[in-house]
Design a protein. Structure first.
Length: 523
């Protein structure tokens, strides 16, 4: 015979559990959820549902709370402690996620909240799966004092442990202020959302006090600022749904971890497809620009190119595409912007991307049309030496398959930096219009024939004559090809099939370097 008292207790226990679960699902409560929606923002759980394949999300740590009492915190205890954490599938692949819940104490980060994030970071690391973090928080939970800072410290440390091991994507869907910005900054990608997301080390009121500058939230740290001016953010979604779609797009090109190859899809674009348009894209006058994005789109599968940091340092183009179904990272100079010259910002942008591709086994395809490093006092004072060295270092360091196509100019140090043979690029192509030289004809003639020109009867005519001779000699790919620095001169129209033919044998490439703790990239 059973004990009726026990049955009742069991039922009550289940009831209590269901009530707690319901309570946990509501975060900071209906009123605050309503306020969140009023601001045009989703709740933490809604964001996760939009990201994950339907029904795949599994929550961990839903009953975690803080254990603090200072400044009335004992009366402000919420199940989950202001962050939803767990895992699920994104397009069938395992992904770990955390989403800060602004409805609970403004999504502020206390120590228990941080421990939940660190727990899934560790699981993501151990299982080799990407980590996505939704940031919507007032920062360190002020009432928890140094214990909140300790929580951030742990997150930063794990961001660094995970760097180069698993892809980390930060989505900013609300405030991200103070030292809190440094977790996203340590990850691979930052996606901001227009109007509703802000990132800054100190907010407008502190700025006003310290520097006297009057500035709005949006101007100081909105998505336009960080995609256009600072380069902090890689993408901006028009709304949260678009930001979440961007996460899925990024993940579609990345392996789950550094020991895997990137996800290959069954190719549906013709691998032998040629493009007559490319035979006409370079203007006869080599001083005139053309749009390198057109070249990229003609070459890659179905013209699909996910450009990264599209609005910042536009003189260099970076992004993901596929060649015959295989993910590749594209780096390209952009002639209409600063004539495609490399400046400090372009070098930094390119370097981080080359290192990302190298860390995650993504082959790098480089399209070169570069007249050199950007001259000028401003650039020198901004440290173009140090910054240009970053890109040089990154290309030297990268051991993934590297293929380059010189479409037109490749001058001086920038020729070397942009994936030249000398940095161990595996296959170097050049179009017949390639101009591979130490510098442009005008500058070159002024340096080496200055005295002759001074003595000449008609210096202008003489200059033109020598420049023509210089161009005849150096403005072609054949001198570089005769040294083996260019493997093959190809028709522009055949670039796609040539790249595909070059890529497949390289997919088994192995290249070892001297063992070391780590290099000392010029930062
Ligand atoms: C505790 C916080 C909080 C915080 C917000 N709240 N930020 N509680 N610690 N850091 C609480 C508020 O008291 C409020 O609770 C609720 O969250 C919602 O906040 P509101 O101010 O009503 O919302 P809103 O008007 O939308 O403004 C959002 C905000 C603002 C801009 C984020 O709250 C704000 O400025 N917060 C402080 C930001 C900040 O300075 N953080 C510290 C940064 S230093 P009630 O119960 O009243 O609704 C930092 C160091 C990290 O983070 C260092 C890492 C190394």
């Amino acid at each position: 015979m059973g004990n009726p008292g026990n049955e009742e207790t069991t039922e009550k226990k289940i009831q209590k559990f269901l009530e707690l679960k319901k309570q946990a699902m509501l975060g900071g409560g209906e009123k605050r959820i309503h306020a969140q929606h009023e601001k045009g923002k989703y709740t933490a759980r809604e964001r996760i549902q939009l990201l994950m394949d339907p029904g795949s999300f599994v929550e961990l740590g839903g009953f975690v709370t803080h254990h603090k009492t200072e400044f009335g915190l004992d009366k402000k205890k919420y199940l989950g402690d202001g962050v939803v954490t767990g895992y699920g599938r994104v397009n069938g692949r395992l992904v770990y996620v955390y989403a800060q819940d602004f409805t609970v104490l403004g999504g502020s980060l206390g120590n228990s909240h941080a421990k939940k994030i660190v727990n899934i970071m560790n699981l993501a690391l151990k299982t080799g799966a990407p980590l996505v973090g939704f940031n919507d928080s007032g920062g360190a939970r002020i009432q928890e004092g140094v214990d909140a800072l300790a929580g951030y410290g742990e997150i930063f440390f794990h961001n660094v442990l995970a760097s180069g091991v698993i892809p980390q994507i930060s989505v900013i869907v609300g405030p991200s202020a103070g030292g809190a910005v440094y977790s996203p900054a340590l990850t691979d990608f930052i996606i901001m959302t227009k109007e509703t997301s802000h990132m800054f080390v100190t907010g407008p009121s502190v700025v006003k006090t310290v520097t006297g500058e009057d500035i709005s939230f949006e101007e100081l740290g909105g998505s336009t600022t960080h995609t256009l001016k600072s380069g902090v953010a890689h993408f901006d979604g028009a709304d949260e749904k678009e930001s979440i779609e961007l996460i899925k797009k990024i993940l579609s090109y990345l392996p789950s971890n550094n020991l895997e190859d990137p996800p290959v899809i069954t190719p549906t674009d013709d691998k032998s497809r040629t493009s007559e348009k490319l035979n006409r894209i370079i203007p006869d006058d080599s001083k005139l620009p053309y749009d390198m994005k057109e070249v990229i789109k003609e070459v890659v599968d179905h013209g699909e190119f996910l450009e990264i940091q599209e609005k910042w340092a536009k003189n260099i183009i970076i992004g993901f595409a596929r060649l015959n179904g295989y993910p590749v990272g594209i780096v390209a100079n952009q002639p209409p912007v600063l004539a495609g010259a490399l400046d400090s910002e372009a070098s930094i942008k390119g370097a981080k991307f080359v290192r990302l591709c190298d860390a995650f086994n993504i082959p790098i395809i480089t399209f070169v049309d570069v007249p050199g490093f950007l001259p000028g006092v401003d650039q020198e004072w901004k440290g173009i030496i140090r910054n240009g060295a970053k890109l040089l270092y990154a290309y030297c360091e990268a051991t993934v398959p590297k293929i380059a196509v010189v479409t037109r100019k490749a001058f001086g140090g920038a020729y070397i930096v942009m994936s030249s043979k000398h940095l161990r690029t595996d296959v170097n192509f050049a179009w017949p219009m390639a101009e591979i030289a130490v510098m442009g004809s005008e500058a070159a003639v002024n340096v080496i024939f200055r005295r002759d020109l001074e003595k000449a009867e008609d210096p202008i005519a003489k200059q033109k004559e020598i420049e023509a001779e210089y161009r005849e000699k150096f403005y072609n790919p054949y001198s570089a090809a005769s040294f083996g620095y260019i493997d093959e001169v190809i028709l522009p129209s055949e670039t796609r099939p040539k790249l595909i033919e070059a890529l497949w044998p390289l997919l088994t490439k192995r290249e070892n370097r001297f063992p070391k703790k780590h290099g000392n990239i010029p930062l």
